[in-house]
Design a binder for this molecule. Structure first.
Ligand SMILES: NC(=O)c1ccc[n+]([C@@H]2O[C@H](COP(=O)([O-])OP(=O)(O)OC[C@H]3O[C@@H](n4cnc5c(N)ncnc54)[C@H](OP(=O)(O)O)[C@@H]3O)[C@@H](O)[C@H]2O)c1
Length: 334
């Protein structure tokens, strides 16, 4: 850890921190055009930012393909959106804390007949206590990072062939909690004292590091990938935590937070506005381009993390150009 402090200390700049604060107060850019006939994939559309964003795109004429974990909420969302906006709202069910389900849903996405115009990786959790999944992954890392990595990786071929997708990672200014970067030899918090904020920051940092490498893969193909902070907004996040956390969230934090409508406006702008054509590999505070914390820009770590992640997920570098459905079945059986 000492090495990392040395490594990044000089790269932190007060001007970047001040820019972040300023950007948090500036009104986000908006886009008023329609998005009729386009297809938007979004994870975690049953609540919070995902829900209002799904409604925003549907109101602009886009069809939706939602990836949710809860079948009843998904049916309700589908009925509501199709009735209210007259667009198609399909959904696939997957618990993104389970690698097996992420692999399965990736196969379903690979075979989806229509091109993806926007893919918003939004699903997320905030956990004050460390949780290990049945497959041995720290849950925050799995849901925020590994799930989005595996889906993006397994869709490289489809997205390149279609050449039109804007991938948006719903990141967070919270990536800054991983002040000294990722600890690559302890990604699942086995050797360190777990901290909800640091684990959240690490997972978002990992996602932003993967963006650097995905951006290389998609360069010149018409596919773009960006990360964004959706604002500090009032949602259902953190509901799985204990009573004390929920009390503070309800009576303290929530009172300072904005409506998630601002996030939906920003996510619509980033997905649909023509001026974002070809813009890739950037971090936005809502819609303002911003320089993120130094550990998210560390290419050497990004490359190492890429290799570690492939191994962790049972994928291989040769699969870079895509994995066939039969490969996915083999991976699921392994
Ligand atoms: N709220 C903020 O101020 C804020 C700030 C910065 C970044 N963010 C980011 O914004 C994103 C959305 O968060 P939110 O605030 O809107 O939270 P939220 O209201 O709790 O919504 C989270 C969504 O993710 C889904 N989800 C959670 N775990 C999942 C799993 N294992 N498999 C599949 N889906 C799962 C939830 O499904 P259910 O409906 O089934 O629970 C829900 O649809 C997250 O990535 C978060 O880190 C939020």
């Amino acid at each position: 850890m000492k090495r990392n402090i040395k490594k990044y200390f000089r790269e932190y700049k007060w001007s970047h921190i001040l820019a972040m604060i300023r950007n948090g107060f500036s009104a986000p850019a908006t886009y008023d055009g329609t998005f009729s006939g386009k297809l938007v994939v979004i994870t975690g559309a049953t609540s919070g930012i995902g829900y209002v964003t799904a409604r925003k795109y549907a109101a602009k004429g886009a069809n939706l393909l939602c990836i949710n974990r809860n079948p009843e909420r998904s049916e309700k969302l589908k009925a509501e959106i199709e009735h209210e906006f007259g667009v198609r709202c399909d959904f696939l069910i997957a618990d993104l804390s389970k690698l097996e389900e992420v692999l399965r849903v990736s196969g379903e996405l690979q075979g989806w007949p229509d091109p993806f115009d926007v893919f918003i990786h939004n699903a997320g959790v905030y956990l004050t206590k460390r949780e290990l999944t049945g497959e041995g992954f720290e849950k925050t890392f799995m849901v925020h990072y590994l799930a989005s990595f595996v889906m993006n990786f397994l869709l490289i071929n489809k997205l390149k062939a279609e050449g039109c997708c804007r991938i948006i990672l719903v990141g967070s200014e919270g990536h800054r909690f991983a002040v000294w970067g990722l600890q690559l030899d302890d990604l699942h918090w086995e050797r360190r004292r777990y901290s909800g904020l640091k684990s959240y920051g690490s997972a978002k940092t990992a996602q932003m590091l993967s963006m650097l490498i995905f951006d290389d893969h998609f360069s010149g193909t018409g596919v773009t990938i960006n990360s964004m902070h959706p604002g500090a907004v009032k949602t259902d996040t953190g509901q799985e935590n204990g009573r004390v956390y929920r009390w503070f969230k309800k009576h303290l934090f929530d009172k300072t937070l904005k409506s998630p409508d601002v996030s939906a406006e920003a996510l619509y702008y980033l997905g649909a506005a023509p001026e974002l054509d070809g813009v890739s590999g950037k971090f936005f505070n809502l819609t303002t381009p911003e320089i993120p914390a130094p550990p998210t820009l560390d290419r050497a770590v990004a490359e190492k993390l890429w290799e570690i992640t492939l191994e962790m997920a049972g994928l291989h570098s040769d699969d870079k150009e895509g994995v066939s459905e039969s490969n996915i079945h083999q991976l699921q059986k392994a």
